[in-house]
Write a protein that binds this ligand. Structure first.
Ligand code: NAP
Length: 320
Protein backbone atom coordinates (compact mmCIF):
# COMPACT_ATOMS: atom_id res chain seq x y z
CA UNK A 1 0.00 0.00 0.00
CA UNK A 2 1.35 3.41 -0.97
CA UNK A 3 0.70 6.27 1.44
CA UNK A 4 0.07 9.35 -0.68
CA UNK A 5 2.14 12.33 0.59
CA UNK A 6 -0.36 15.10 0.11
CA UNK A 7 -2.99 15.66 2.81
CA UNK A 8 -6.08 16.85 0.97
CA UNK A 9 -8.69 19.20 2.35
CA UNK A 10 -11.42 17.14 0.76
CA UNK A 11 -11.71 13.92 -1.20
CA UNK A 12 -14.83 13.50 -3.29
CA UNK A 13 -15.58 9.82 -3.87
CA UNK A 14 -17.43 9.42 -7.17
CA UNK A 15 -17.55 11.74 -10.18
CA UNK A 16 -21.25 11.89 -11.00
CA UNK A 17 -23.07 15.24 -11.31
CA UNK A 18 -23.14 15.66 -7.50
CA UNK A 19 -19.49 14.80 -6.94
CA UNK A 20 -18.31 17.02 -9.77
CA UNK A 21 -20.33 19.94 -8.41
CA UNK A 22 -18.99 19.43 -4.87
CA UNK A 23 -15.44 19.41 -6.30
CA UNK A 24 -16.14 22.59 -8.28
CA UNK A 25 -17.39 24.43 -5.19
CA UNK A 26 -14.62 23.12 -2.93
CA UNK A 27 -11.76 23.89 -5.31
CA UNK A 28 -13.23 27.30 -6.13
CA UNK A 29 -13.03 28.03 -2.37
CA UNK A 30 -9.32 27.15 -2.58
CA UNK A 31 -9.66 23.78 -0.87
CA UNK A 32 -7.08 21.24 -1.92
CA UNK A 33 -9.50 18.84 -3.62
CA UNK A 34 -9.23 15.34 -5.07
CA UNK A 35 -11.93 13.48 -6.99
CA UNK A 36 -11.62 9.67 -6.93
CA UNK A 37 -13.59 7.68 -9.50
CA UNK A 38 -13.60 3.96 -10.29
CA UNK A 39 -15.20 4.28 -13.73
CA UNK A 40 -15.44 7.25 -16.04
CA UNK A 41 -16.53 10.76 -15.04
CA UNK A 42 -20.26 11.34 -15.34
CA UNK A 43 -21.73 8.37 -13.49
CA UNK A 44 -25.27 7.58 -14.62
CA UNK A 45 -25.11 10.46 -17.11
CA UNK A 46 -23.10 8.13 -19.32
CA UNK A 47 -26.04 5.70 -19.44
CA UNK A 48 -28.64 8.36 -20.14
CA UNK A 49 -29.59 9.27 -23.68
CA UNK A 50 -31.24 12.61 -23.41
CA UNK A 51 -31.81 14.91 -20.47
CA UNK A 52 -34.56 17.47 -20.78
CA UNK A 53 -35.20 18.29 -17.14
CA UNK A 54 -31.88 19.92 -16.30
CA UNK A 55 -32.37 23.66 -16.26
CA UNK A 56 -30.45 25.67 -18.85
CA UNK A 57 -30.57 23.02 -21.54
CA UNK A 58 -33.64 22.40 -23.65
CA UNK A 59 -32.19 18.97 -24.19
CA UNK A 60 -28.69 17.59 -23.81
CA UNK A 61 -27.13 14.15 -24.25
CA UNK A 62 -26.03 12.59 -20.95
CA UNK A 63 -22.40 12.00 -22.01
CA UNK A 64 -22.16 15.60 -23.30
CA UNK A 65 -23.34 16.97 -19.97
CA UNK A 66 -20.84 14.66 -18.23
CA UNK A 67 -17.99 16.16 -20.29
CA UNK A 68 -19.08 19.72 -19.52
CA UNK A 69 -19.40 18.98 -15.80
CA UNK A 70 -15.99 17.30 -15.74
CA UNK A 71 -14.38 20.38 -17.34
CA UNK A 72 -16.22 22.56 -14.81
CA UNK A 73 -15.08 20.43 -11.88
CA UNK A 74 -11.42 20.77 -12.86
CA UNK A 75 -11.35 24.45 -13.79
CA UNK A 76 -10.29 25.59 -10.30
CA UNK A 77 -7.59 23.00 -9.86
CA UNK A 78 -9.29 19.91 -8.39
CA UNK A 79 -7.15 16.79 -8.88
CA UNK A 80 -8.67 13.71 -10.45
CA UNK A 81 -7.50 10.13 -10.03
CA UNK A 82 -8.68 6.61 -10.69
CA UNK A 83 -9.57 4.86 -7.44
CA UNK A 84 -11.97 2.18 -6.30
CA UNK A 85 -12.53 3.02 -2.64
CA UNK A 86 -12.62 0.02 -0.34
CA UNK A 87 -12.60 1.63 3.08
CA UNK A 88 -12.76 4.92 4.95
CA UNK A 89 -11.10 5.33 8.33
CA UNK A 90 -12.42 8.18 10.41
CA UNK A 91 -10.14 10.47 12.38
CA UNK A 92 -10.38 14.03 13.61
CA UNK A 93 -7.14 15.54 12.32
CA UNK A 94 -7.49 13.65 9.09
CA UNK A 95 -9.39 10.72 7.67
CA UNK A 96 -8.06 7.94 5.47
CA UNK A 97 -9.48 6.80 2.16
CA UNK A 98 -8.22 3.36 1.13
CA UNK A 99 -8.27 2.13 -2.46
CA UNK A 100 -6.79 -1.24 -3.54
CA UNK A 101 -3.25 0.13 -3.65
CA UNK A 102 -3.21 3.58 -2.05
CA UNK A 103 -4.03 5.34 1.22
CA UNK A 104 -5.06 8.96 0.89
CA UNK A 105 -5.35 11.37 3.83
CA UNK A 106 -7.92 14.14 3.88
CA UNK A 107 -9.62 16.56 6.27
CA UNK A 108 -13.09 15.85 4.86
CA UNK A 109 -14.85 13.37 2.59
CA UNK A 110 -17.81 13.77 0.28
CA UNK A 111 -19.40 10.44 -0.65
CA UNK A 112 -21.11 10.60 -4.03
CA UNK A 113 -20.92 6.98 -5.14
CA UNK A 114 -24.44 6.92 -6.59
CA UNK A 115 -26.60 3.88 -7.09
CA UNK A 116 -26.78 0.98 -9.48
CA UNK A 117 -29.60 -0.87 -11.19
CA UNK A 118 -31.35 -3.56 -9.18
CA UNK A 119 -31.34 -7.08 -10.57
CA UNK A 120 -34.49 -9.13 -11.02
CA UNK A 121 -32.81 -12.21 -9.60
CA UNK A 122 -34.55 -14.64 -11.97
CA UNK A 123 -33.14 -17.54 -13.92
CA UNK A 124 -31.46 -16.48 -17.16
CA UNK A 125 -30.79 -12.89 -16.04
CA UNK A 126 -27.13 -13.40 -15.25
CA UNK A 127 -26.59 -16.04 -17.95
CA UNK A 128 -27.84 -13.76 -20.73
CA UNK A 129 -26.34 -10.54 -19.40
CA UNK A 130 -24.78 -8.91 -22.48
CA UNK A 131 -26.53 -11.44 -24.73
CA UNK A 132 -29.96 -9.83 -24.70
CA UNK A 133 -30.24 -8.79 -21.07
CA UNK A 134 -29.24 -5.18 -20.47
CA UNK A 135 -29.54 -2.41 -17.88
CA UNK A 136 -28.49 0.39 -20.26
CA UNK A 137 -30.56 1.43 -23.26
CA UNK A 138 -28.00 4.01 -24.42
CA UNK A 139 -25.19 1.46 -24.37
CA UNK A 140 -27.02 -1.48 -25.95
CA UNK A 141 -30.13 -0.18 -27.74
CA UNK A 142 -28.51 -0.13 -31.17
CA UNK A 143 -27.98 -3.93 -31.02
CA UNK A 144 -31.75 -4.37 -31.23
CA UNK A 145 -32.60 -2.75 -34.55
CA UNK A 146 -35.89 -4.05 -35.91
CA UNK A 147 -36.21 -6.45 -32.96
CA UNK A 148 -38.73 -6.94 -30.17
CA UNK A 149 -37.62 -5.75 -26.75
CA UNK A 150 -39.26 -6.17 -23.38
CA UNK A 151 -38.64 -3.60 -20.66
CA UNK A 152 -39.31 -4.57 -17.06
CA UNK A 153 -40.49 -1.93 -14.57
CA UNK A 154 -42.97 0.92 -14.27
CA UNK A 155 -40.88 3.86 -13.01
CA UNK A 156 -39.31 6.82 -14.83
CA UNK A 157 -36.40 4.74 -16.09
CA UNK A 158 -38.48 1.90 -17.57
CA UNK A 159 -40.91 4.22 -19.31
CA UNK A 160 -38.35 6.78 -20.53
CA UNK A 161 -35.79 4.25 -21.69
CA UNK A 162 -38.53 2.04 -23.17
CA UNK A 163 -39.71 4.94 -25.31
CA UNK A 164 -36.10 5.73 -26.28
CA UNK A 165 -35.61 2.13 -27.44
CA UNK A 166 -38.38 2.50 -30.06
CA UNK A 167 -35.92 4.35 -32.29
CA UNK A 168 -34.18 1.00 -32.76
CA UNK A 169 -36.73 -1.71 -32.02
CA UNK A 170 -39.83 -2.60 -33.99
CA UNK A 171 -41.74 -3.10 -30.80
CA UNK A 172 -41.16 -2.43 -27.09
CA UNK A 173 -43.31 -4.19 -24.51
CA UNK A 174 -43.22 -2.75 -21.01
CA UNK A 175 -43.98 -5.39 -18.39
CA UNK A 176 -45.14 -3.95 -15.09
CA UNK A 177 -46.16 -5.71 -11.90
CA UNK A 178 -49.16 -3.42 -11.28
CA UNK A 179 -51.82 -1.88 -13.53
CA UNK A 180 -50.61 1.67 -12.99
CA UNK A 181 -47.24 3.21 -13.78
CA UNK A 182 -45.08 4.97 -11.21
CA UNK A 183 -43.41 7.17 -13.88
CA UNK A 184 -44.01 10.93 -14.27
CA UNK A 185 -47.12 11.75 -16.26
CA UNK A 186 -45.25 13.38 -19.18
CA UNK A 187 -43.24 10.19 -19.68
CA UNK A 188 -46.35 8.04 -19.42
CA UNK A 189 -48.19 10.17 -22.00
CA UNK A 190 -45.32 9.85 -24.46
CA UNK A 191 -45.19 6.10 -24.06
CA UNK A 192 -48.98 5.69 -24.37
CA UNK A 193 -48.92 7.75 -27.58
CA UNK A 194 -46.04 5.82 -29.12
CA UNK A 195 -47.44 3.17 -31.51
CA UNK A 196 -44.36 0.97 -31.00
CA UNK A 197 -44.90 0.70 -27.22
CA UNK A 198 -47.35 -1.71 -25.64
CA UNK A 199 -47.86 -2.84 -22.06
CA UNK A 200 -48.39 -6.05 -20.15
CA UNK A 201 -49.91 -5.23 -16.77
CA UNK A 202 -49.99 -7.06 -13.43
CA UNK A 203 -47.18 -9.34 -14.51
CA UNK A 204 -43.75 -10.33 -13.26
CA UNK A 205 -40.91 -11.95 -15.15
CA UNK A 206 -40.15 -15.43 -13.86
CA UNK A 207 -37.44 -16.47 -16.28
CA UNK A 208 -35.43 -15.12 -19.18
CA UNK A 209 -35.15 -17.82 -21.80
CA UNK A 210 -32.93 -18.45 -24.78
CA UNK A 211 -30.23 -20.57 -26.28
CA UNK A 212 -27.19 -18.52 -27.29
CA UNK A 213 -29.12 -15.30 -26.83
CA UNK A 214 -32.42 -14.21 -25.29
CA UNK A 215 -35.44 -15.46 -27.23
CA UNK A 216 -38.33 -14.97 -24.78
CA UNK A 217 -39.34 -14.09 -21.24
CA UNK A 218 -41.67 -16.22 -19.17
CA UNK A 219 -44.11 -14.11 -17.20
CA UNK A 220 -46.74 -14.69 -14.56
CA UNK A 221 -49.90 -12.68 -14.17
CA UNK A 222 -49.98 -11.84 -10.46
CA UNK A 223 -53.80 -11.51 -10.46
CA UNK A 224 -54.72 -14.73 -12.27
CA UNK A 225 -51.56 -16.81 -11.79
CA UNK A 226 -51.52 -17.46 -15.55
CA UNK A 227 -48.09 -18.19 -17.01
CA UNK A 228 -47.22 -17.11 -20.55
CA UNK A 229 -44.25 -16.55 -22.83
CA UNK A 230 -43.40 -13.26 -24.54
CA UNK A 231 -41.02 -13.73 -27.48
CA UNK A 232 -38.29 -11.05 -27.40
CA UNK A 233 -34.66 -10.65 -28.39
CA UNK A 234 -33.90 -8.09 -25.70
CA UNK A 235 -34.82 -7.70 -22.03
CA UNK A 236 -34.02 -4.34 -20.45
CA UNK A 237 -34.38 -4.32 -16.68
CA UNK A 238 -35.30 -1.04 -14.95
CA UNK A 239 -36.75 -1.99 -11.58
CA UNK A 240 -35.07 0.59 -9.39
CA UNK A 241 -31.80 1.38 -7.71
CA UNK A 242 -29.51 0.05 -5.01
CA UNK A 243 -27.09 2.37 -3.17
CA UNK A 244 -23.36 1.97 -3.81
CA UNK A 245 -22.52 2.17 -0.12
CA UNK A 246 -21.20 -1.27 0.82
CA UNK A 247 -17.79 0.09 1.82
CA UNK A 248 -19.35 2.69 4.17
CA UNK A 249 -21.77 0.41 6.03
CA UNK A 250 -19.53 -0.10 9.06
CA UNK A 251 -19.32 3.67 9.61
CA UNK A 252 -22.94 3.59 10.81
CA UNK A 253 -24.11 6.32 8.43
CA UNK A 254 -26.59 4.30 6.33
CA UNK A 255 -30.18 3.22 6.89
CA UNK A 256 -31.19 -0.45 6.79
CA UNK A 257 -31.32 -0.41 2.97
CA UNK A 258 -27.90 1.22 2.64
CA UNK A 259 -28.95 4.77 1.73
CA UNK A 260 -26.74 7.33 3.52
CA UNK A 261 -28.61 9.62 5.89
CA UNK A 262 -27.71 13.31 6.09
CA UNK A 263 -29.08 16.60 7.36
CA UNK A 264 -29.83 19.58 5.07
CA UNK A 265 -26.11 20.50 4.98
CA UNK A 266 -25.36 17.03 3.56
CA UNK A 267 -23.58 16.13 6.83
CA UNK A 268 -23.72 12.50 7.94
CA UNK A 269 -23.57 11.73 11.65
CA UNK A 270 -19.74 11.71 11.40
CA UNK A 271 -18.19 15.21 11.44
CA UNK A 272 -16.35 15.83 8.17
CA UNK A 273 -18.08 13.05 6.22
CA UNK A 274 -20.74 14.29 3.82
CA UNK A 275 -22.97 12.42 1.35
CA UNK A 276 -24.76 13.66 -1.76
CA UNK A 277 -26.70 12.59 -4.83
CA UNK A 278 -28.27 9.20 -5.50
CA UNK A 279 -26.51 7.38 -2.62
CA UNK A 280 -28.17 9.74 -0.15
CA UNK A 281 -31.54 9.05 1.41
CA UNK A 282 -33.55 11.57 -0.59
CA UNK A 283 -37.05 11.86 -2.03
CA UNK A 284 -35.86 12.70 -5.57
CA UNK A 285 -32.92 11.35 -7.58
CA UNK A 286 -32.20 13.60 -10.53
CA UNK A 287 -29.23 15.40 -12.06
CA UNK A 288 -30.57 18.67 -10.67
CA UNK A 289 -30.96 17.36 -7.11
CA UNK A 290 -27.47 15.81 -7.18
CA UNK A 291 -26.05 19.15 -8.35
CA UNK A 292 -27.95 20.95 -5.56
CA UNK A 293 -26.61 18.47 -3.00
CA UNK A 294 -23.09 18.97 -4.40
CA UNK A 295 -23.18 22.73 -4.01
CA UNK A 296 -24.49 22.50 -0.43
CA UNK A 297 -21.79 19.97 0.43
CA UNK A 298 -19.04 22.05 -1.24
CA UNK A 299 -20.04 24.99 0.90
CA UNK A 300 -20.42 22.96 4.11
CA UNK A 301 -17.04 21.28 3.56
CA UNK A 302 -15.37 24.67 3.29
CA UNK A 303 -16.81 25.72 6.67
CA UNK A 304 -15.87 22.39 8.25
CA UNK A 305 -12.26 22.44 7.01
CA UNK A 306 -11.74 26.09 8.03
CA UNK A 307 -13.02 25.40 11.55
CA UNK A 308 -11.01 22.21 11.85
CA UNK A 309 -7.79 23.92 10.79
CA UNK A 310 -8.41 26.77 13.22
CA UNK A 311 -9.02 24.46 16.16
CA UNK A 312 -6.00 22.29 15.29
CA UNK A 313 -3.85 25.44 15.15
CA UNK A 314 -5.20 26.65 18.51
CA UNK A 315 -4.48 23.27 20.09
CA UNK A 316 -0.95 23.36 18.68
CA UNK A 317 -0.36 26.88 20.07
CA UNK A 318 -1.63 25.87 23.50
CA UNK A 319 0.69 22.87 23.50
CA UNK A 320 3.76 25.02 22.84
P1 NAP B 1 -38.12 3.40 -9.35
O1 NAP B 1 -38.69 4.76 -9.44
O2 NAP B 1 -37.77 2.84 -8.00
O3 NAP B 1 -39.14 2.41 -10.07
C1 NAP B 1 -38.90 1.03 -10.09
C2 NAP B 1 -40.03 0.36 -10.83
O4 NAP B 1 -39.75 -1.04 -10.92
C3 NAP B 1 -41.38 0.51 -10.11
O5 NAP B 1 -42.39 0.69 -11.07
C4 NAP B 1 -41.52 -0.84 -9.39
O6 NAP B 1 -42.86 -1.26 -9.29
C5 NAP B 1 -40.79 -1.80 -10.30
N1 NAP B 1 -40.17 -2.91 -9.56
C6 NAP B 1 -39.38 -2.84 -8.46
N2 NAP B 1 -38.94 -4.06 -8.11
C7 NAP B 1 -39.48 -4.92 -9.00
C8 NAP B 1 -39.39 -6.33 -9.17
N3 NAP B 1 -38.67 -7.10 -8.36
N4 NAP B 1 -40.06 -6.88 -10.21
C9 NAP B 1 -40.79 -6.11 -11.06
N5 NAP B 1 -40.90 -4.78 -10.95
C10 NAP B 1 -40.25 -4.19 -9.93
O7 NAP B 1 -36.77 3.24 -10.20
P2 NAP B 1 -36.26 3.96 -11.56
O8 NAP B 1 -37.35 4.05 -12.54
O9 NAP B 1 -35.00 3.26 -11.92
O10 NAP B 1 -35.90 5.42 -11.10
C11 NAP B 1 -34.90 5.63 -10.08
C12 NAP B 1 -34.84 7.10 -9.71
O11 NAP B 1 -34.33 7.86 -10.81
C13 NAP B 1 -36.22 7.66 -9.40
O12 NAP B 1 -36.06 8.60 -8.37
C14 NAP B 1 -36.62 8.35 -10.69
O13 NAP B 1 -37.55 9.40 -10.51
C15 NAP B 1 -35.28 8.86 -11.20
N6 NAP B 1 -35.30 9.00 -12.68
C16 NAP B 1 -35.75 10.18 -13.20
C17 NAP B 1 -35.82 10.35 -14.59
C18 NAP B 1 -36.30 11.66 -15.14
O14 NAP B 1 -36.60 12.55 -14.38
N7 NAP B 1 -36.42 11.81 -16.45
C19 NAP B 1 -35.44 9.32 -15.43
C20 NAP B 1 -35.01 8.12 -14.87
C21 NAP B 1 -34.95 7.97 -13.48
P3 NAP B 1 -43.90 -0.48 -8.34
O15 NAP B 1 -44.28 0.75 -9.06
O16 NAP B 1 -45.01 -1.46 -8.21
O17 NAP B 1 -43.17 -0.25 -7.05
Amino acid sequence: MELVDNIYDVIVIGAGPGGMTAALYASRSDLNTLILERGIPGGQLNNTAEIENYSGFKSILGPDLATKMFEGAQQFGADYAYGDVKKVVNGREYKEVHTYDKIYRTRAIVISTGAEHKKLGVEGEQEFNGRGVSYCAVCDGAFFRKKHIVVVGGGDSAVEEGTYLTQFADKVTIIHRRDELRAQKILQDRAFKNPKVDFIWNSVVEEIEGDEKVSAVRIKNVKTGEISEVPAEGAFIYIGLLPNSEQFRDLGITDEEGWIETNEYMETNIPGIFAIGDVRKTPLRQVATAVGDGSLAGNAVFNYVEELKESLETEETLKN
